[in-house]
Design a protein around this ligand. Structure first.
Ligand SMILES: NC(=O)c1ccc[n+]([C@@H]2O[C@H](COP(=O)([O-])OP(=O)(O)OC[C@H]3O[C@@H](n4cnc5c(N)ncnc54)[C@H](O)[C@@H]3O)[C@@H](O)[C@H]2O)c1
Length: 339
C-alpha cells in the first residue's frame, strides 16, 4: 500500500492498494454520518458495488446508478441524482462515494459539492484514467449542450482510494485511454521517463502520475497558471471529442490532441524533430490512429468556443522535450498552419 498526502484547500490522502483490504482502516474512519450514497454506473455496479457495500459495515448504504458513458454526464441526470438523494433523506452529515471512472467521478463530486451546499466526498476511481488523473485535484462537473465540463466546481475530496485490481476488468480501450493521460505527464514532467512507458508497471505509473498532479495542484489549485500544464493535448483533444460526437473516449482524443500538440511544439516552440518523432512513436504505440478526420477550420472553430480560449487567443501547452512543458499564449488563427 502507498499513501500520497495532498495539501490543498482541504488536506487529504490518496491510498493506492492492490485490493480493498486497507479500505476499512484508511476510509471507514473518515465517514462520520450513518448514511452513505454510493453513485456508480451500471457496468461498475455489477462489478464492484457489492464489494464496496460489504466494506461499509454499520452504515446505511443507498445506491444510485447512472447508465455508463460520457453522454450521461449531463444536467438531467444531475438533477435526478440530487432529487433522489433528497428523497432518500440524505442529510448534510451524509457522505457521497463516487465509484467508477471519470464520468461517475466528475458527476458524483459535483453532486457532493452542491448537495446541501456540500457534503463529504470519497472517490473510488476504477478506470486507469480516473486513477491517474480525474479523481485528484478537485475539478468536478457535467457537460452542457454548449460543451464539455461547462458546469462545475472546484471541490476537493475527503479521500481517494485506488484499488489497482480494478484494472483487471478494464477493457483494453480504456487502458489506452488512461495511458494517454500518463503520457501527458511524461511530456510535461520528467518524473515519468520514456523508459517507464516501455516496460509498463501500472502501480508505479499510477503513483508517479498522482505525485506529479498532486504537486501541480498544490501550487495552483484554481488553475491560474501552472495547472494549465495538465492541459497538454487537451485543447485540441476536447475539440476532437466534440467533433467525433463523443464516440471516441476522452483519453483517445487526448492522445490525438497530443500528436497535434507535438507538431505545434516543433513549429511554434523549441521541440526538436527528433523528440517529436520519439513522442509520436509512443502515442502511436497506444494504438490510436493519426487519421486527420477534420479540417483545421473545423477544429479551430471548436477551440474558439472552449472555456480556456480568451477571444482570439488560447493558453496552449507546448513541450520542448520529454518532461519540459511550457504554457504559451497563442493566437488561435496561427495554429491553423500547424494543423
Ligand atoms: N475532473 C478532472 O480533473 C478530469 C480529468 C480528466 C478527465 N476527466 C473526465 O473523465 C471522463 C472520462 O473518464 P473515464 O475515461 O474513466 O471514462 P468513463 O468513466 O466513461 O469509464 C469508461 C468505461 O469504463 C467502464 N468501467 C469503469 N471502471 C471499470 C472497470 N474497473 N472494469 C470494467 N469497466 C469499467 C465504465 O462503465 C465506462 O463504460 C471524461 O468525462 C473527462 O472529462 C476529468
Amino acid at each position: 500500500m502507498k499513501i500520497i498526502n495532498v495539501k490543498a484547500s482541504k488536506n487529504y490522502q490518496i491510498t493506492v492498494d492492490s485490493g480493498f483490504e486497507s479500505f476499512k482502516t484508511q476510509i471507514l474512519p473518515l465517514i462520520k454520518g450513518d448514511k452513505v450514497a454510493v453513485i456508480t454506473d451500471d457496468t461498475v455496479d455489477s462489478l464492484y458495488f457489492n464489494a464496496v457495500e460489504s466494506l461499509l459495515s454499520g452504515k446505511t448504504v443507498y445506491k444510485f446508478v447512472l447508465p455508463h458513458g460520457e453522454e450521461n454526464k449531463n444536467a438531467e441526470n444531475y438533477i435526478k441524482l440530487v432529487n433522489d438523494l433528497a428523497k432518500a433523506g440524505l442529510s448534510r452529515k451524509s457522505t457521497v462515494i463516487g465509484l467508477g471512472g471519470g464520468v461517475v467521478g466528475d458527476m458524483s463530486a459535483f453532486v457532493a459539492s452542491t448537495y446541501m451546499r456540500g457534503v463529504s466526498y470519497i472517490a473510488i476511481p476504477t478506470t486507469l484514467l480516473s486513477m491517474v488523473d480525474s479523481s485528484v485535484g478537485g475539478k468536478t462537473g457535467i457537460d452542457l449542450d454548449a460543451g464539455k465540463n461547462l458546469l462545475g466546481t472546484f471541490f476537493q475530496p475527503d479521500a481517494v482510494y485506488v484499488n489497482t485490481d480494478c484494472l483487471k476488468t478494464l477493457p483494453k480501450r480504456e487502458i489506452t485511454s488512461g495511458l494517454g493521460e500518463i503520457m501527458k505527464y511524461a511530456f510535461i514532467d520528467g518524473r515519468i521517463a520514456p523508459s517507464d512507458l516501455v516496460n509498463v508497471c501500472y502501480e508505479d505509473l499510477i503513483v508517479k502520475s498522482l505525485q506529479i498532479k498532486r504537486d501541480i495542484v498544490e501550487r495552483d489549485e484554481r488553475e491560474s497558471g501552472e495547472r494549465m500544464l495538465l492541459n497538454f493535448g487537451h485543447t485540441i483533444g476536447h475539440a476532437l471529442e466534440k467533433l467525433y460526437d463523443y464516440k471516441l473516449s476522452h483519453g483517445e482524443c487526448v492522445l490525438k490532441g497530443m500528436a497535434y500538440a507535438l507538431e505545434i511544439s516543433t513549429k511554434l516552440g523549441n521541440l526538436s524533430k527528433q523528440d517529436k518523432n520519439l513522442g509520436l512513436k509512443f502515442i502511436e504505440s497506444s494504438g490510436v490512429s493519426f487519421d486527420k478526420d477534420f479540417t483545421a477550420e473545423q477544429i479551430l472553430s471548436v477551440v474558439k468556443s472552449d472555456k480556456k480560449a480568451d477571444g482570439d487567443t488560447v493558453n496552449f501547452v507546448l513541450t520542448s522535450g520529454f518532461g519540459k512543458g511550457v504554457i504559451k499564449k497563442i493566437k488561435i488563427d496561427s495554429l491553423a498552419e500547424c494543423l
